[in-house]
Design a protein around this ligand. Sequence first.
Ligand code: SF4
Length: 262
Amino acid sequence: MSRKISGTREWAVAEINCCIGCSYNCRYCYARLAALKNGSIAEPEAWVRSRIDHQATAAGHPRYPGQVMFPTAHDIDAHNLDASIQVIGNLLAAGNRVLIVSKPSLFCIERLCDRFYDERDRLLFRFTITARDDAMLAFWEPGAPVYRERLQALEFACNRDFATSVSIEPMLDGPDIEGLVADCTPYTTHSIWIGKMNKIDERVAVDTPRTAAEVARIRSEQGDWCITAIYESLRKHPLVRWKESIKETVGLELLQESGLDR
Ligand code: SF4
């Protein structure tokens, strides 16, 4: 029987974290909702007060049967950088290949590149860059780095000979996707993934007229007609990959196996 592979499972066979909460506090955050449901946080407002899980940080790891993703339920910021370095080191020590996913802080990426330079053949960076417009980024991802810093981090890691990739998921500015892809392409060695904002009703609290307007804009820009136009404009780009949300719209075959990252 076929099974539907979606979300982070398209990229990794295991998901590793060392924090509860995330200072970036994105409005569409899937991890905040999961933490509310499992009782890790009592209220949505607690999410931004990130705390380190020391047990998870110190934990040893097996050698997983494929690429491992870190982190998946928080980001890497100055507050948890040392803990993140410890976790990545533990994963590498067990022989794993690690996909590091982040809305990148240049300071953190410089530290990671220095620390793991000799193991870079088993690391792949994936930087989440969802728009070029800083006003959109500030609204949807209020604690995360601005566009220029994310692009600088991508350039820095690429110039240090790390494998680099980009995640434009969720795409926050559909009409500007081609420009964003063009900016990222010179510093990307692996792939540029594009995906929709998923489960908006469940994850985004529509608490102000501005939020309602932004949600309406996103819904309109990721309607079938717009997605098909984006797909047609970029389908021949050698680095572009489509997340399951877009594959479904344009009729591409979905992955049957987790962690393939292609
Ligand atoms: S960076 Fe990721 S984990 Fe952090 S708030 Fe944003 S979506 Fe959630």
